[in-house]
Design a protein around this ligand. Structure first.
Ligand code: SF4
Ligand code: SF4
Length: 128
């Protein structure tokens, strides 16, 4: 609960929080910021189509229709097969990773330029 300390004339928000904040030094904060800026990026989706069973669950949950499908064949029958992900539209929500029953979709650390190199265009004839 917020209290006003008569001595300092300022509000005390929370004793534990204020104690923790007081222990933070500029050096500690700078170290963390530098580590994030130089060594970390977001998570992205990686597709391992070799272990995909083309069940389509990922496509059902993707909010942006980023999964790319092509024609294939299984046991002599026509089927649609997952070709990959068009990373231009993928927002990295990873809902597809959570839905995949085989682990063909996985969360991986993003590195600069990787998404561009791996993307499989949704409409290769229309948009290169
Ligand atoms: S991470 Fe999200 S936006 Fe990207 S393909 Fe998967 S479900 Fe779609
Ligand atoms: S949910 Fe997994 S196994 Fe099913 S189509 Fe998508 S990537 Fe393939």
């Amino acid at each position: 609960m917020a209290e006003t300390t008569a001595k300092e004339g300022k509000k005390q928000l929370d004793e534990g929080l204020e104690r923790g904040m007081a222990a933070l030094t500029e050096e500690k904060i700078e170290k963390v910021i530098n580590r994030v800026l130089t060594g970390e990026t977001g998570a992205r989706l990686q597709a391992y189509v070799e272990t995909c069973i083309h069940c389509g669950l990922c496509d059902l949950v993707c909010p942006d229709y980023c999964l790319t499908w092509g024609d294939g064949e299984e046991g002599g029958k026509f089927e649609r097969e997952l070709m990959g992900v068009d990373y231009r539209y993928c927002k990295g929500c990873l809902r597809c990773v959570e839905s995949c029953p085989t682990g063909a979709l996985a969360k991986e650390k993003e590195t600069p330029g990787l998404a561009d190199r791996l993307r499989v265009p949704l409409f290769p004839g229309l948009i290169p």
